[in-house]
Design a protein. Structure first.
Length: 241
């Protein structure tokens, strides 16, 4: 299952990178605004960008003065990252995000993981390793698709306006096949699983966000106004102690 997940991302890497448009597409701008707010000033900080994908965010962190180590398990994603997004403060490494990370204990000030954990089959191992490589105190900031609502369909009114979603089997762990850029796998788990894994690893949640688009973004994409009704993403900052 893990090999299948990585193979899928290798296949869709180019399409994903083009569609994401360096984090400037509509959906990325929603969660990245919250991530950046929680990150604060990263100048001089050692930052691990876990699941860096095509490297656009790693490069942005490096340009802001962070010393960035970016890791991903997709060979094709890393090829794109090295080709498109490079900086003297940035290094890329291929690494299994569900195994032991090859870094010293308490090395990083911050670990960031954007849109990663719903794409990997084992979050407990990753969160435990995140806690191990974080300084104490240190911060783990991650974004995920909202597990309560992501895989549920919108219900529309008589004017085809998206009004609400029906939620079922939310508490069940399951794997879904998605096809946004080509076939990928999505590992649904309830929020309580994320919270339990953080607690078990000795971290606690210091900030919890369910971001919605800023008004100026809806002005550019008025057809997306329904994102005000139900959040599409969760952004969390956890602190190692």
């Amino acid at each position: 299952m893990k090999a299948d997940s990585i193979n899928h991302w290798d296949i869709v890497a180019e399409k994903y990178s083009a569609a994401n448009h360096q984090g400037k597409n509509f959906h990325a701008r929603i969660y990245l605004a919250a991530v950046k707010e929680l990150l604060g000033d990263v100048a001089g900080k050692h930052v691990l960008d876990a699941g860096c994908g095509d490297g656009f965010f790693s490069s942005e962190l490096a340009r802001k003065g962070a010393i960035v180590t970016a890791i991903d398990n997709s060979y094709m994603m890393l090829n794109i990252a090295k080709r498109k997004h490079f900086h003297s403060n940035l290094q890329y490494h291929k690494m299994d995000l569900t195994g032991k990370l090859t870094f010293e204990n308490e090395f990083f000030d911050i670990v960031v993981a954007n849109m990663l954990m719903m794409d990997i089959p084992d979050i407990e191992s990753f969160i435990f390793e995140t806690a191990r490589v974080l300084k104490k105190p240190g911060y783990f900031i991650f974004s995920i698709t909202h597990p309560c609502f992501f895989l549920s369909d919108w219900e529309e009114d008589e004017n085809n306006i998206k009004m609400y979603k029906k939620i079922g089997n939310y508490l069940d762990d399951r794997v879904e096949e998605l096809n946004f850029w080509g076939k990928t796998l999505h590992y649904h788990r309830p929020l309580s699983k994320y919270m339990a894994a953080l607690e078990k690893a000795g971290m606690y949640v210091s900030s919890f966000r369910e971001p919605v688009p800023p008004e100026e973004l809806i002005e550019l994409y008025p057809e997306q106004e329904y994102h005000y009704r139900i959040p599409s993403f969760v952004v969390i900052r956890a602190k190692s102690i």
